[in-house]
Write a protein of this length. Structure first.
Length: 385
C-alpha cells in the first residue's frame, strides 16, 4: 500500500508527512475515529515510511515500496514493528502440559497467525479474536521489554496498539509508565474508536489525530473495481456508514441482509402486542452457544442504523436520505407508527449493549435487558430501572 491507496483522510496524512519531514515527531500519537476509516492502515504506512531504506524517503515523506524494509512492513514481519490488539488470554500463558489446554493454545495461535495474514492483505481489516480478553498486561510488558532494544538499521521502532480502549486497567497503567519516558527511537501509535474509555493520563501524553468517517462517494469509487453493480455499490457505500471494511463485506457476504432481517424480526417481536413468546425465542436464537459474536454485533449494529434512519425521517420527512435505502418505506411506517418513541435513547441502549458484548458480558442477559429497555423506550415509557 502507498499513500495514494489510502481512502480519503488527506488532511490527516498531510499532518503526519509534515511531521516526518521536519523530524518533529511526538512520543506517541492517538488516532481517533470509528472503525474502518483507515486509522491502522495509515499507522502502518507511516511506520513503513519511517523505516524505508531509500535515502530520500523522509524528505519525500513516502516509502519506496521496493526495499527489503518496505517488503517486510507489507507482510507485517518487520522487527521494528510491534502490532498489538486484543487477544485470547491463553496466548500469553506458558505452553500447557495437558493435551486439552495445549489444543486450545494451538487453535488460538493458528487464529492469531491467520489474522495477521488477512491484515497484510487488507489494511482495513479489523483484527479481533472470537474469545479475546482485551489487551493484556503481558502484552504491554513484552512491549516494554523490547523497547530497550535498538531498532534495526538505526531507524524507528513503531508500536501500534490497535483498539487501545480494550486495554485492561493493569495494562493501561503499565503503558502509562513507558509513555512518560519512552526511548528516543520508539514511536507509539494508539488507535481507538472510543477514546473516552482510555485513561485521561494516557490521552494527555499522546498527540491526537482525528479521522472522520469516509464519504460514501470515496468508498464507492474505491469499490468500483469489484465489479459490483451501481445499485450494489450505492447500498454498500451508504449502509457502511463510513466504514470501508464493512462496505467491502457488504459486497461479498450475502448474509448481511439476512442479519438485518433478523434485527427487524426481533424488533417486531419486541413491539408486537401479545408477542412476548416470539420475543423470547428471538433472544434465545441470538444468544445460542454456537452463535457467532461477530453476527451478534452486526445484528445490534443493524438495529442501531434502523433507529438512526427512523429518527432522521422524523426530523426531515420525505427528504430523508436513508442508510437502509432499500427498506425506506418500512422504516418510514415504523417511525410514523411510534410517534412517542425515543429513538435517540433506543440507539444509546443498543450502543450500551455493544459495549457490554465487547466486555464479554453474558449474551442472554444483554439481549434480554436490551429487549425490555427497547420495549419501554419505543412506546414512549420511562426506561425500566
Amino acid at each position: 500500500m502507498s499513500w495514494a491507496q489510502i481512502i480519503g483522510q488527506k488532511q490527516q496524512i498531510a499532518v503526519l508527512r509534515r511531521a516526518a519531514q521536519t523530524g518533529r515527531l511526538p512520543n506517541a500519537y492517538l488516532f481517533i475515529g470509528q472503525d474502518g476509516v483507515g486509522k491502522d492502515a495509515i499507522a502502518l504506512e507511516f511506520a513503513k515510511m519511517l523505516n524505508c531504506l531509500d535515502p530520500q524517503a523522509l524528505q519525500r515523506a513516502e516509502a519506496c515500496d521496493q526495499c527489503e524494509s518496505c517488503q517486510q512492513f507489507a507482510n507485517l514481519t518487520h522487527p521494528n514493528l510491534e502490532y498489538v490488539f486484543p487477544i485470547e488470554g491463553v496466548l500469553v500463558k506458558d505452553i500447557s502440559e495437558t493435551s486439552k489446554e495445549r489444543e486450545r493454545q494451538e487453535s488460538a495461535l493458528a487464529e492469531y497467525k491467520q489474522l495477521f495474514m488477512e491484515k497484510s492483505r487488507n489494511p482495513y481489516f479489523k483484527m479481533q479474536m472470537e474469545k479475546s480478553m482485551g489487551i493484556l498486561a503481558e502484552q504491554i510488558e513484552e512491549l516494554i521489554r523490547k523497547s530497550h532494544y535498538k531498532p534495526r538499521n538505526d531507524k524507528m521502532r513503531v508500536y501500534l496498539i490497535s483498539q487501545a480502549e480494550r486495554m485492561n486497567t493493569t495494562a493501561a497503567n503499565k503503558l502509562l509508565k513507558v509513555l512518560e519516558e519512552p526511548p528516543p527511537f520508539v514511536l507509539f501509535i494508539l488507535t481507538t474508536s472510543r477514546f473516552e474509555q482510555l485513561l485521561p493520563t494516557i490521552v494527555s501524553r499522546c498527540q491526537p489525530v482525528r479521522f472522520p468517517a469516509l464519504s460514501a462517494t470515496d468508498m464507492a469509487e474505491r469499490l468500483r473495481s469489484s465489479g459490483a453493480s451501481p445499485a450494489q455499490l450505492a447500498f454498500a457505500s451508504s449502509f457502511a456508514r463510513g466504514n470501508f471494511y464493512k462496505a467491502q463485506n457488504l459486497l461479498t457476504e450475502p448474509t448481511e441482509q439476512q442479519l438485518r432481517n433478523t434485527a427487524l424480526d426481533w424488533l417486531r417481536a419486541i413491539l408486537g402486542s401479545g408477542r412476548e413468546l416470539d420475543m423470547i425465542r428471538q433472544i434465545e436464537a441470538l444468544a445460542k452457544k454456537d452463535a457467532s459474536r461477530d453476527e451478534q454485533v452486526r445484528v445490534l449494529s443493524d438495529l442501531l442504523l434502523i433507529f438512526q434512519d427512523a429518527q432522521r425521517y422524523r426530523m426531515v420527512g420525505a427528504e430523508t436520505e436513508f442508510i437502509n435505502s432499500d427498506i425506506a418505506e418500512t422504516i418510514a411506517k415504523f417511525s410514523r407508527a411510534f410517534p412517542n418513541a425515543d429513538f435517540d435513547a433506543a440507539a444509546a441502549a443498543v450502543e450500551d449493549a455493544l459495549y457490554q458484548l465487547a466486555r464479554n458480558a453474558n449474551v442472554l442477559l444483554v439481549f434480554t435487558a436490551l429487549s425490555i429497555r427497547l420495549k419501554a423506550l419505543l412506546n414512549g415509557l420511562s426506561e425500566p430501572v
